[in-house]
Design a binder for this molecule. Sequence first.
Ligand code: ATP
Ligand code: MG
Length: 243
Amino acid sequence: MTDRPPLIQFKDVSFGYDHLFTLQNIDFSIFPGDFVGVIGPNGSGKTTVLKLMLGMLQPNEGTVEIFGTQQSEGYLRMGYVPQRLNLDPKFPISVMELVLSGRLSQLPWYGRYQKEDKQAALDALETVKLTEFKNQPFGTLSTGQAQRALIARALAGKPELLILDEPTANVDPNSSADIHRILKNLAGEMTVVMVTHDLRTVIHDTQKVLCVQDGVTELSPDQVCEHFAYGLYHTPLIQGAEH
Ligand SMILES: Nc1ncnc2c1ncn2[C@@H]1O[C@H](COP(=O)(O)OP(=O)(O)OP(=O)(O)O)[C@@H](O)[C@H]1O
Ligand SMILES: [Mg+2]
């Protein structure tokens, strides 16, 4: 795998928000087809690392190469599911309209959705199993369904790289398992980078783990053992884990 050029490469990156919070000397690469889990305690900088990856933040030192260049157009080839969506639940938008909005950056200058945009949105809804909800107001979806709709919005842009920030936070266990199943299937088709606190998924489904704590440490999933998780989170690795 490593003979292929990386999709994302951090080279000696440092970043800080006005010296209040800093990440130092970050070096890692993500290759095409990788399923990467990003873990770390609350406030350790996981979202910040994703934003550097997406080109939404610029490093103070070092370089972030996206698709082999330092140009910012890489975002067109990425789908992003943010940690928080500042959308008023009463805002009158249907699930289909929300998913179609994932095509906005690909629209021609005259800005009308074309047949292929609608097809891409329908395909994405099918992938996340929300087809039957397409005409429903987005605000009426459950938390798990809303997350799936946001994943569909990111998929509608047909990304090569899908980046998700805690897609199963506040989601019930069944819906969370559904989302992980969807992502595991997608991981065969595209590169997936996911921030999560679900270490069971990290250990079983991903091929690479980035642990964000002071800097970024690259681990293999089998290095994320219970002992390590104790140190990181100060809680048992998996609640109700069978021994
Ligand atoms: N725009 C900002 N300006 C200043 N400080 C910020 C900004 N965004 C985040 N921070 C701070 O930077 C640190 C890292 O934030 P970040 O959101 O990347 O962490 P995180 O690991 O994603 O946290 P969480 O687990 O809560 O999602 C935190 O201390 C946060 O308060
Ligand atoms: Mg975060």
